[in-house]
Design a protein around this ligand. Structure first.
Ligand code: FAD
Length: 502
């Protein structure tokens, strides 16, 4: 072990922990440092007064992506977490009182859509759209996701003309939906799948319509006991593999020489020291790390400007002294004009005046998340990242919270405010400060046809051969399975590089 290469991983988010595990599995000496006091990054938790609030992700998809990290020594993912399938996957509420469930099984969708005006037509469109979504998923998965491409050239070489045509480049995500779906409710539902990457369906390329397939083909899951159990699973795995972890330990500088990095300067309380490294993996996002850890000039930082942040959000966790039985585990309360809502948030960078609100009520799958007779809900409308075009304040975010509560009360959660017994409130400023995310972004880099064609920053530094990035700001982007993929791809790139230099 003493001759093994030393890797320092900065950040114990899912991207950093995935890289650390994959590298340790391959026999490398890994040190993981995290400025906060616990594992998980945005996968975070708050336990108070009998309520257990998952502060970050609530939707778990593509379990197969995580399997390689938990396999080996005769073990499997299920030895670490208890996954439960959630169905209906989403319950969708509209201002006119219409409610549409999204079910995993096609036959359940047939029955569901039969309630709509022109239900037969809606179901025919639904089936055709799901087929299109599967085709987009298949083509993107076998190249971009599986191979871990970072550059347009790699992409073109792999896909060539035939697959290039199969991938929907030409339309926006919303445009491709409009072409295939006539029902206005289904249009809004499919467009809001872009939530998973914090972007706009009006500006993302058509192939991002692969997202419904992710949950319809492979299921939507909940980690029993709360999503934070997954962070504990990672912690166990890191321990088993002998990864040395330091919490309350912040990277303040990456040491460099021409073409290479040599170590990380860390600060623990009042102590500063250098951790020498053969490789450095940063789970701190590319732009903040380039600015703060590498001290890049504004000219160099400008080159990264196309990797604009994805959206942020206000996140409201409420403990209630009653249960609203109309809620499913995952619920969406739609904007009256969703396309205008996307433009307001993503193009104009203004706080929404009528947001689509995501509301999660985990006690539907797991009663342990709230005391008996009580409910635990999280409310998350997407809002612009912290920006200079239309700057907002914490007070503006409080006003937006009121608007959201008004909307939920109007749409059926009668007297919601009167039943709040516990409240926890996060603004983009809290998200930025807690995880050092770029301008409070929740999902790393935005997907945008014009700005970056849905490409995120490359995983390997252009300037330093042995410096790599993982997490939502690099390919393939944000969301739990994607950031884990970036960690696993980076481990493979380091091992290949090491093989090449031996
Ligand atoms: C409210 C919310 C809801 C979400 N919902 C979902 C969902 O339902 N499904 C889903 O798949 N995804 C969801 N996401 C997105 C998902 O959480 C993220 O994409 C993913 O967890 C990010 O992982 P990461 O590795 O990129 O980075 P992070 O989780 O941000 O981790 C980065 C880590 O690096 C640490 N760090 C940064 N700089 C330093 C430094 N200088 N020194 C030491 N440590 C440092 C940070 O403290 C942090 O722990 C949600 C996120 C939020 C906030």
């Amino acid at each position: 072990m003493s001759g093994a290469s030393r890797v320092v991983v900065i950040g114990a988010g899912l991207g950093g922990m995935s890289a650390a595990i994959a590298l340790a599995q391959a026999g490398m000496r890994v040190t993981l440092i995290e400025k906060n006091e616990r594992h998980g990054g945005k996968l975070n938790v708050l336990e108070t007064q009998g309520f257990k609030f998952d502060l970050g992700p609530s939707i778990f998809t593509l379990p197969q992506v995580f399997r390689p990290l938990f396999e080996g020594d005769g073990r499997k993912l299920e030895d670490y977490i208890d996954l439960r399938r959630v169905d209906p996957q989403w319950r969708n509420f509209f201002e006119d009182g219409t409610v549409v469930n999204l079910w995993e099984r096609t036959e359940d969708m047939r029955a569901e859509l039969a309630h709509l005006k022109d239900g037969t037509e809606a179901f025919a469109d639904y089936e055709r759209f799901v087929e299109y979504s599967r085709a987009q998923y298949d083509v993107v998965e076998r190249g971009y996701l599986r191979q871990g491409f970072d550059r347009f050239g790699e992409f073109l070489r792999f896909y060539g003309l035939k697959d290039g045509r199969a991938m929907d480049w030409r339309h926006s995500m919303a445009g491709a939906i409009r072409q295939r779906i006539r029902d206005p409710y289904l249009r809004d539902i499919f467009a809001y799948f872009i939530k998973y990457v914090g972007s706009s369906a009006n500006d993302s390329p058509g192939f991002m319509n692969l997202m419904p397939n992710i949950q319809l083909e492979f299921g939507l899951w909940y980690v029993n006991g709360g999503m934070y159990e997954f962070a504990w699973a990672f912690a166990r795995r890191l321990d088993e593999l002998g990864v040395e972890s330091h919490f309350g330990c912040e990277a303040v500088k990456i040491e460099r020489e021409p073409g290479r990095v040599t170590g990380v300067v860390v600060c623990e309380g009042s102590t500063t020291r250098v951790l020498p490294a053969d490789y450095v993996v940063s789970n701190m996002e590319v732009i903040p790390a380039s600015e703060k850890l590498l001290g890049e000039s504004s000219r160099q930082l400008k080159k990264l400007s196309r990797f604009e942040p994805a959206c942020s959000g206000i996140v409201v966790h409420l403990g209630l002294d009653r249960v609203y039985p109309q809620l499913a585990h995952h619920n969406f309360f739609y904007s009256r004009k969703q396309e205008a809502h996307f433009d307001r948030v993503f193009r104009e960078k203004r706080l929404p005046d009528d947001p689509t609100i995501y509301l999660v009520a985990p006690t539907r799958s797991d009663p342990t998340q709230a005391p008996p007779g009580c409910d635990n809900i999280k409310i998350l409308p997407h809002i612009p990242y912290i920006n200079d075009k239309h700057p907002y304040t914490r007070e503006d975010c409080v006003e937006l919270k009121k608007l959201c509560l008004d909307k939920l009360e109007r749409m059926g959660l009668t007297d919601l405010r009167k039943h709040i017994v516990v409240e926890d409130f996060w603004t983009p400023f809290d998200i930025e400060q807690s995880y050092y995310s770029n301008r409070g972004a929740i999902y790393g880099v935005v997907c945008d046809r014009k700005k970056n064609f849905a490409f995120k920053a490359p995983k390997r530094s252009r300037d330093f051969d042995n410096l790599f990035f993982v997490g939502g700001s690099v390919n393939p982007g944000g969301g739990m399975p994607m950031v884990s993929l970036s960690g696993q791809h980076v481990a493979r790139m380091i091992l290949e590089q090491q093989g090449g230099t031996r």
